[in-house]
Write a protein that binds this ligand. Structure first.
Ligand SMILES: C[S@@+](CC[C@H](N)C(=O)[O-])C[C@H]1O[C@@H](n2cnc3c(N)ncnc32)[C@H](O)[C@@H]1O
Length: 235
């Protein structure tokens, strides 16, 4: 999983194999979150709009959403929702498989220059935390502007607790879960490697990001330890 740089291991998504299995051993309750996201998406996606997944890795979620709509009775929704996965990582891009005709993939890093349009749903599942902090506000504003009325942004993130003692307790629970699947050395090594590329905010920091982007309707709908998922709806 690690590349080497200046004699030090450096985490890179480009070397993770079987990513879908990997992430569910990284985040406790990931499968339940996934089920809830798909359920919410079923109610949110609208005919004649685009659905984006930012940081779609293998394309699993965007393909699932496309399959969900493709299996529906409602022909207008079946024939008029487009699904777009965005993923910069070469490793994942080379293994994308398009399960439905209405899915496409963009091989790019989402940045303030990225243009989303006519979207009823945009998801970012543990991806914003890898985007430079100074870029997130403008991206969130662009997401808000691209949503149709009642369109939603689903944002899942690792967060830091506001209090040092609580951060310690919750992080310890997370480490204990990871130890069920990995050696202490691997867990510590990855934590160290991620420091350079992953920059979580607090939950309040994320909610403020949403508010400043223009959202005045939002809720937390899932949380396990320091992993949180929020939904924000455009008025
Ligand atoms: C923790 S993984 C989560 C992947 C996927 N959303 C899931 O839940 O399985 C983070 C993903 O974000 C991608 N990523 C990192 N920076 C990105 C950016 N600026 N724009 C789009 N994707 C990015 C990584 O390559 C990786 O696939």
């Amino acid at each position: 999983m690690a590349e080497w740089k200046n004699g030090e291991p450096k985490f890179s998504f480009s070397t993770v194999t079987d990513f879908d299995a990997h992430i569910s051993t990284e985040i406790r309750g990931y499968e339940i979150l996934d089920e809830i996201v798909v359920g919410l998406a079923g109610a949110i996606m609208q005919s004649g709009t685009n659905v984006y997944d930012i940081g779609c890795s293998t394309g699993r979620l965007i393909n699932t959403l496309a399959s969900l709509v493709a299996s529906e009775e409602d022909e207008s929704r079946r024939k008029s929702v487009n699904f777009i996965g965005v993923e910069p990582n070469r490793n994942f891009v080379s293994s994308f498989s398009i399960l439905e005709g209405r899915v496409s993939f963009l091989r790019e890093k989402v940045s303030p220059a990225t243009r989303f349009s006519n979207a009823s749903l945009i998801t970012s599942i543990f991806t914003f935390q890898f985007i430079p902090v100074h870029e997130r506000q403008e991206i969130a504003r662009n997401i808000h502007s691209a949503l149709t009325p009642n369109g939603a942004f689903i944002l899942a993130e690792k967060v830091y607790a506001k209090d040092g003692y609580l951060e310690h307790l919750l992080d310890d629970r997370h480490i204990s879960f990871k130890r069920e699947h990995r050696s202490a050395e691997e867990v510590l090594g990855k934590k160290h490697q991620l420091q350079a590329i992953m920059h979580p905010l607090t939950l309040d920091g994320n909610l403020l990001l949403l508010e400043k982007a223009g959202f005045d309707r939002y809720e937390v709908f899932w949380r396990v330890n320091n992993f949180v998922a929020m939904i924000a709806v455009r008025s």
